[in-house]
Design a protein around this ligand. Sequence first.
Ligand code: GDP
Length: 322
Amino acid sequence: MDKSFDLKGKRIFIAGHRGMVGSALVRRLAGEDCEIVTVARRELDLLDQAGVRRWMEARRPDAVIMAAAKVGGILANDSFPVDFLYENLVVQTNVVEAAFRSGVQKLLFLGSSCIYPKLAPQPIPEDALLTGPLEPTNEWYAVAKIAGLKLCQAYRRQHGVDYISAMPTNLYGPGDNFDLDSSHVVPALMRKAHMAKLTGQKTLQVWGSGRPMREFLHVDDAADAFIWLLKTYSGDGHVNVGSGEDITIAELAGTVVSVVGAGAEIAFDLTKPDGMPRKLMDVSRLFKTGWRPAYSLRDGLEQTYAWFLDHVEKGDIRLGAA
Ligand code: GDP
């Protein structure tokens, strides 16, 4: 059976096109001979099941990429468990079910590396899923994403549709959330380093011990991998998407300070959580297909900092107290 999905002339619905991942997918698909379908939040609330069914029935996309999600960093996830569990469960279920009802044959569901057990073997292979307890600081989001991945498998098995899942590692890049209370580590450190540079502040506060290790992937590389999978992958199992390399949070902080040109000393705030000790993905399934990321971490951070500066200048990102 030919597993390839030709995008030519297809109508591709990107759910969540305003988010960091969704907007990267819009940029990436602009180079393909396909029609990109999106919908504004004020026109369609993805929490509204009947509304999503009606909209999908009217627009009838050929394929769906599920990039809409309630996302946040370690503190937000831990502080708003209902938002992360309920919203993600409902939105993803609505989109996947409505897609099936309206005859969508190809769907790509996006999850996250936090679906894996806290103490999974490193690098984490796809089959480590559901082999142990989750990291408590992100289990709400993780449980929702595991349910989404399983829902796609269920549709595949019961109805024979080509619904696939990809699990990206920690992503960063243009369009990220730079709000310190809810952001992930890269935008948080970039903003803090930038403020330190502006104010001449001598120390930069890094949450936790600095010892946890994380793998990072630029969102444009992630979008490229997702489109590659949409075109070429058809299988029951989900696919890890990452760079294959990780660094400590302390090392990341040093690199961000250097990219920003801040010259501040790094201090560790041990009152904040570390979260998962390590979550390096085993990306051999993806890399065996020949796909590789284009950005090094340093280049990706420089590109992201340039975007940040541009959006601070435009007033899209407001800098209050650091
Ligand atoms: P996680 O990968 O789900 O844990 O998400 P985060 O990106 O929020 O955090 C990654 C790691 O960076 C954790 O060990 C955090 O404690 C650490 N970290 C250090 N400084 C910060 C910060 O200012 N904001 C965030 N969100 N994390 C930070």
